[in-house]
Structure formats: C-alpha cells, structure tokens
Design a protein around this ligand. Structure first.
Ligand SMILES: *Cc1c(COP(=O)(O)O)cnc(C)c1O
Length: 224
C-alpha cells in the first residue's frame, strides 16, 4: 500500500463517523488521488479552477469535487457542470452567478457561505453581521439551483491553539443561531466546514461537520 493510502487509513480512524472528510489534493498528481479512490474515497477538494477542471477531466466521474478556494465569478461556468460543493461563497454576486450557471446546467449546486473568522485580512468571507442580514433578506425561492448547505470558516494561521479554538467556537455559535432561526426556509443548512491539517482536532471538538485535509493525507506540498 502507498504512503498516501496508509496516511489516509490512519487518519480516518481518528475521525468521528459524523464528520465528513474532504481530501484536499491541490498541487498533488492524479496518481495520489487514485490511490485513495482505489480504497474507496470519493470526496476531493481543490482550490484552483484550472487544476480542478483538469483533474476532473482525467479522473473517474463518480468523484465528488469540492471547490474550497476563492472563486471568481467569471470562472463559475467552468466548474458548474460537475462541481458538487462550493465552500467559498463570499458575496451575493457570486451566489447569483452560481444560480445562473446552475440553471444553465439544470442542476442544483451545493454551497457554503464563507465567514471571515481569522484576524488576517487576506482571508475571504462575510462578516457575521453581513451574513445574518443576507440570510434574513434572501428569498430561497429565487435560488432554485443553489443549495445553501451551511457555513465555512478558516481560523487564523497561528500556533496559538486557544485563539483557534476561540474562532471556531464563535463560528459554531453563529452557525447554530443562523441554523435555528432559518430552519424553515433553509432545511438543508446543516453543514459547518471548519478544520484543516493543523487545526482539525480543535475544529471537531468545537462542532465541525466537515474537515478539509490536505497535507496530513497527501504529505507536505512543495510550492515552487
Ligand atoms: C489547502 C487548503 C486546505 C487544506 O490544507 P492543509 O493544511 O494541507 O490540510 C483546506 N482548506 C482550504 C480552503 C485550502 O486552501
């Protein structure tokens, strides 16, 4: 068995059954993905449109592809035909474009609304206030081709585990509030995507339903 497959097997043993695993394969070759595919894994994440579409084309069609990175509106059309979830919806304009492309493709595209929880300015996402307003104003009837499935957040990149825990806890509290106040209009709003290789343990303890794991499974990435 390959190193990647071994790391995956060890990793999933640690994860509670109710937590979904998105294996983030960015920068890794299709062969690494196939090693997990061959032992039954189907959910993979990418953060760049070009890499995502390339891998989609060369890999088995029953893979569920998640777009986890920032998505520009003019690129939605490339992923809409096959993507199964977009984790990174950070504007109404993007949501409108996804609705339009979903309609063209006669499918419903599952989305998570990204919340900015980190202290870094560089990370994308709505503030809690913006998102609370959006959820109040949005007419679910106007988005038949979008599934608003929940929230996504990325904690600050830091060694300070208390800070990370605080950010995840705050996001979970906000998620619970939104979920309970909009359960009638958005019954599918049940996912909270939080946790990466460095902080997934904390994320799971704090109520994550979906973790996005790259390096713990595929090994460190080499950027050139
Ligand atoms: C790269 C990436 C991940 C996975 O990162 P690791 O630290 O390698 O687990 C998760 N989410 C997003 C949005 C990413 O870009």
């Amino acid at each position: 068995m390959s190193e990647t497959a071994n790391r995956y097997k060890e990793f999933i043993e640690e994860i509670p059954d109710h937590v979904k695993l998105v294996a983030v394969s960015k920068t890794k070759p299709v062969n690494d993905i196939l090693q997990l595919y061959d032992i039954g894994h189907r959910v993979f994440g990418e953060n760049k449109v070009q890499e995502l579409t390339g891998k989609y084309e060369s890999l088995p069609k029953d893979i569920q592809w998640h777009m986890v990175g920032h998505l520009q509106r003019n690129k939605v059309k490339y992923v809409a035909p096959f993507v199964s979830m977009i984790h990174s919806v950070d504007s109404m304009k993007l949501l409108n474009t996804i609705e339009k492309e979903g309609r063209k493709n006669e499918k419903k595209i599952d989305c998570l609304l990204q919340v900015h929880i980190a202290s870094e300015e560089t990370k994308f996402g709505f503030s809690e206030e913006e998102l609370a307003e959006l959820m109040k104003d949005i007419d679910p009837g106007a988005y038949p081709h979008v599934g608003i499935r929940g929230l996504m957040g990325m904690a600050t990149f830091t060694e300070d585990m208390n800070k990370i825990r605080g950010e995840f806890r705050k996001l979970k509290t906000f998620y619970d509030r939104i979920r309970s106040s909009h359960a009638n209009e958005f019954p599918e709003f049940i996912e909270l995507s939080m946790g990466m290789s460095n902080d997934y343990k904390i994320a799971v303890e704090e109520g994550s339903t979906m973790i996005r794991i790259g390096s713990n499974i595929f090994g460190e990435r080499n950027y050139h």
